[in-house]
Design a protein around this ligand. Structure first.
Ligand code: NAD
Length: 472
């Protein structure tokens, strides 16, 4: 309903986020520490203001944090109420997500639906499992799903009755603040949900190094997860759980029997939707040698159809990358491929915001990818039919295991590959970025995550005291 979305956008433009209550933290609007959040698609558009929590305020928040005393049924009812409030403020939340994180409208709608699904699913789990809390959980989230992952972690921890200390990413505190405001409005006690926007190195380090923390849920980069694990092992009680969902180097194989039109559409979506800023995004495509030339011609042609621009327009396929640093890093990576003669194509990008034109880079194989480039960059390799198993071994050897995609029309081959590839989520003959969230688990193996996956029956029990029996 576009009228509803437009209507919700106008009042939002005038909102002053300094009015947003930050629990426990003594907010001083006159203080000098406020900083602006700027729309990545339009640096002239100031979305709102935020003040970071200090280490002293983290200390204060941990002291004040008290596990939620309500019964599992009462907790479930409040989480369902949160979902209803997310529905009530749907348009306003879309506007915040689009303006703060640069997500296009359809991505933002998906994000909101995902957050709502998590709330309902974990509420149901609270009722079914009747979990008891571990105590205080630190929930540390990334900016690329600023509402869905932020909400999912918190809802999982709250469903089990914990007190939550929620730290959003530096790039998306306003979306998170809106979510927290609605959680409090729905009836989550202030003491059970403390909101701590701020720097990872300050707030994140203080939280994951405080012995009063009984568990950490983290989603973000693999290196950050390593730093958190080190900090926890030095300061927290042995056995304190770390639930980490981390990065990936995701591959897809397109064999000579694949339907080209469909495979091209799915490759484009997997690599470039959300400007490639999804943990599940396709990073390395293997195309069978015999069809490579035709396939690439279609793929490069399809890239010309992509529309980059204002995330708020329904016609926009691809918005900006998140900030100046991201744009500089991705841009430098593409430039280096250009200098080496490996850049096959880059689409032009509009001026103004942090736009990066989707790019395709030639590689011999996944071993050529140094690291996860979190942007619209697709690497392409080719393989010979007899080397299929060797390709899978090379993909597995990288040690990540988040998503994997396959396009083939040979049924036996599907099973053959699914049996061998190490990945938390495998997508056959479709794009590899979507997930049926909440009831279907999503998450990685190896360097991509510790488990349990987000969603599914194992997530909430991990937040619960260990004596509670798991779901059958
Ligand atoms: P990031 O690791 O830079 O930051 C994530 C969070 O950790 C932020 O809140 C940040 O402030 C905090 N942080 C940073 N340093 C910290 C420290 N030393 N101690 C404690 N907290 C600290 O990641 P990002 O750039 O926000 O997100 C992108 C990354 O997240 C990508 O690697 C992507 O693949 C991954 N990701 C994974 C999943 C998944 O489900 N596996 C989902 C989304 C994103």
């Amino acid at each position: 309903d576009l009228d509803c979305i437009e209507g919700a956008r106008r009042p939002f433009r005038d909102r002053d986020f300094r009015a947003m209550p930050i629990t426990v933290i003594p907010v001083d609007p006159e203080g000098a520490e406020w900083h602006s959040m700027v729309n990545p698609a339009d640096p002239g558009d100031t979305v709102g203001l935020v003040r970071d929590a200090t280490a002293a305020e983290v200390e204060q928040a941990i002291t004040a944090a008290t596990p939620w005393g309500a019964s599992p049924r009462e907790r479930a009812a409040v989480l369902e109420r949160v979902a209803e409030l997310y529905e009530r403020d749907f348009g306003e939340i879309l506007a915040i997500v689009a303006r703060e994180a640069g997500k296009n409208l359809l991505d933002a709608v998906g994000e909101l639906r995902e957050a709502i699904d998590f709330l309902f699913y974990y509420a149901r789990q609270a009722k079914c499992l009747e979990p008891t809390p571990r105590g205080r959980f630190a929930c540390i989230s990334p900016w690329n799903f600023p509402l869905a992952i932020f909400t999912g972690q918190i809802a999982g921890a709250l469903a089990a009755g914990n007190a939550v200390l929620a730290k959003p990413a530096e790039q998306s505190p306003l979306t998170a603040a809106k979510g927290v405001a609605l959680m409090h409005e729905a009836g989550v006690p202030q003491s059970a949900l403390q909101f701590l926007p701020g720097d990872g190195a300050i707030v994140g380090t203080a939280l994951t190094g405080d012995r009063r923390i009984n568990g950490v849920a983290f989603t973000g980069g693999t290196d950050t997860a390593r730093a958190i694990r080190r900090n926890m092992s030095e300061h927290l009680a042995p056995g304190t759980p770390l639930i980490a969902e981390t990065g990936g180097l995701n591959a897809m194989i397109v064999d000579s029997t694949a339907l080209h039109e469909q495979a091209v559409r799915d490759v484009v979506a997997s690599a470039f939707q959300s400007a490639g800023q999804r943990c599940s995004a396709l990073r390395c495509l293997y195309v069978q040698e015999d069809v490579r030339s035709d396939f690439m011609e279609m793929l490069l042609g399809a890239m010309d159809e992509l529309r980059l621009g204002d995330p708020w327009r329904l016609s926009t396929d691809i918005g900006p990358v998140i900030d100046t640093d991201a744009a500089a890093e991705i841009g430098a990576y593409i430039d280096s491929a250009r200098r080496d003669g490996r850049l096959i194509k880059q689409v032009d990008a509009p001026d103004g915001g942090h736009f990066i034109g989707p790019a395709v880079i030639e590689v011999d194989g996944i071993e050529d990818l140094e690291r996860e480039i979190f942007g619209p960059v697709l690497h392409v390799a080719s393989y010979r039919a007899q080397d299929l198993d060797a390709v899978i071994e090379r993909i597995n050897a990288r040690g990540y295991g988040l998503t994997f995609g396959l396009h083939t029309r040979i049924e036996d081959r599907v099973q053959h590959i699914v049996d061998r590839v190490h990945a938390g989520n495998i997508y056959v003959n479709r794009n590899q970025i979507g997930a049926i969230v909440a009831s279907q688990p999503f998450g990685g193996e190896g360097l991509s995550g510790t488990g349990p996956k987000a969603g599914g029956p194992d997530y909430v029990p991990r937040f619960a005291a260990p004596d509670v029996p798991k779901a059958a």
